[in-house]
Design a protein around this ligand. Sequence first.
Ligand SMILES: Cc1ncc(COP(=O)(O)O)c(C=O)c1O
Length: 398
Amino acid sequence: MKPFAKRVGEIQPSMTVEMDMLAKRLSTEGRSIWNLGVGEPNFDTPLHIREAAIKSANKGLTRYTAPSGMQNFKDAVVGKLLRENKLAYAPKQIIATSGAKQAVFNAIAAIVDEGDEVLIPVPYWVTYPALVNYCGGTPVFLECTAENNFRLKAEQISKAITPKTKAIILNSPCNPTGVVYNYDELESFAKVISEHDLYCISDEIYEHLIYTKEANISIAVFPDMQERTILVNGLSKAYCMTGWRIGYMAAPQLLAKEIAKVQGQSTHHPSNFSQYGAIAALNGPLDSVLLMKQEFSERMYRMCEVLESIEKVHFFKPEGAFYVFANVSAYYGKKAASGAHISDSIEFCKALLDEQGVVLVPGVAFGYDACVRFSFTASLPTISVAMPKFKDFVDGVR
Ligand SMILES: Cc1ncc(COP(=O)(O)O)c(C=O)c1O
């Protein structure tokens, strides 16, 4: 048998997805599992969104449409971007995608050539370097340390730029760190990015989940940025639509045309009823989003309260998204109560799962092995049981 393509051999499965699959498998095998690993809200999609999708299917709106999405979907996105982000786009700059993940893939596939360098702040969402590698590019990592509260500095961007640098990927609010960049920080990034004529892929999927007084600011609002920004967003997180696979991207017009070609030859468009559901979400009230955010704040508070009580665990209180990224490296090189040796974030998570049934995601998946990621998408009762179990676990490490 001839070998498979090298690029598939090199791609690693997503560790966040793997941890979730493992938790689900152990659960069906009868183990008591407290899953703080999953990156999806545990709420139902709001009723008005589900009804809009069902209505569209019952009306027979189930045929192929344009690869880049339906006109009324694009109009809803254009309206949203103007209303909420103060960004004026034409519908032909919008592409409907099967989740924000496909939007990230489309963006990288359309701009990255063999050997191009793409700047990625660390810790990063697992998918970014995997896709840059898949498309033949070279990820160049910008290390943001826990000591610096995981905040990127504009100087780090300028120092890393070479003649091969094509783009930077920014994610604010950030998965996994919870960092939300403010106006001054984004302005300083924008200056460097535009001065060096880079593309900026701006993943804003957690924009509605911010727990400080700041609102999300898209980097595309700064001078010379809209023409080089590929704005990525989706409905999975804010509207609890993970399984609907619906997201979108807004790009400079010529690039949008190229991206539509990629999509036209690969997946065509996301399902029509997901687009109809998304239209109802984007044009509808934000009440459910605000209620969910309130619930997330409460959960984050409970989670942080326990973490604060553990002297050797250090963390940055999240400003956005729904994760706490905590430094547990003080336990590396030691033994869990079960006797398991812990030398890194994978062994830490494995020992915790074996001993207490609590699922976290190892920081190494995000390029930062000193940490583990807790997700507060789990219910308050789950968090209330899981966090003391986590504390029992670390208290037993010697
Ligand atoms: C930063 C970030 N971007 C994009 C996505 C993908 O979301 P979607 O479900 O819209 O593909 C995720 C999902 O975890 C994410 O954390």
